[in-house]
Design a protein around this ligand. Sequence first.
Ligand SMILES: CC(C)(COP(=O)(O)OP(=O)(O)OC[C@H]1O[C@@H](n2cnc3c(N)ncnc32)[C@H](O)[C@@H]1OP(=O)(O)O)[C@@H](O)C(=O)NCCC(=O)NCCS
Length: 164
Amino acid sequence: MIRRITPADCGAIAALEARLFVTALDQARLMVLQTNPVFCGFVDLVPDQGQPKFTPADDFASYLGGYLLAMMIDGEAEILSIGVTPDRQRQGVGKRLLQYFFEHGASQNMTRVVLEVAEDNVSALGLYRDFGFVKFGRRKGYYKQGNRKIDATMMKWCRTEAFP
Ligand SMILES: CC(C)(COP(=O)(O)OP(=O)(O)OC[C@H]1O[C@@H](n2cnc3c(N)ncnc32)[C@H](O)[C@@H]1OP(=O)(O)O)[C@@H](O)C(=O)NCCC(=O)NCCS
């Protein structure tokens, strides 16, 4: 099941972010972000887990399949982050979250979506391409992994190009 993010989800999402990304959004930033009127975010729930309580940071895997964080203003959206719990990856959770996001976007007359992804992130690049995202730019050395710097690939989805 997918539903909108609530404040009770922020601890678990922060814990998953910290697991997946070197530079992660922490719980305090997520709590502020989800109050922003242009924020749009969803969680995918592990089946049969009921309503989460304020989940301890190390217990995210018990109910969280994944999450998607975005901002949407006047039909233009930016995906800030998408993550899937490691032992649930490659089981369609990411695809389900993006599908849900696009269905929500259609109801908001969404015409354009942009995002950044590390140029060596094969799984995310594959996911975005499947949804019709195309490259339109690059940010040099945008991500840091230890001493290594990795370029960001900038991708966009435009409704007019996806559905001419
Ligand atoms: C990227 C991520 C969100 C994908 O979610 P997922 O649930 O594992 O992906 P899905 O099972 O829904 O797969 C959807 C498509 O993504 C691509 N994909 C996913 N994992 C892949 C992999 N390991 N290798 C190649 N392509 C992959 C494929 O195109 C796949 O379609 P297919 O199964 O029909 O081939 C997930 O791997 C993740 O959380 N990664 C770590 C965090 C991250 O990098 N987020 C993106 C930041 S920009």
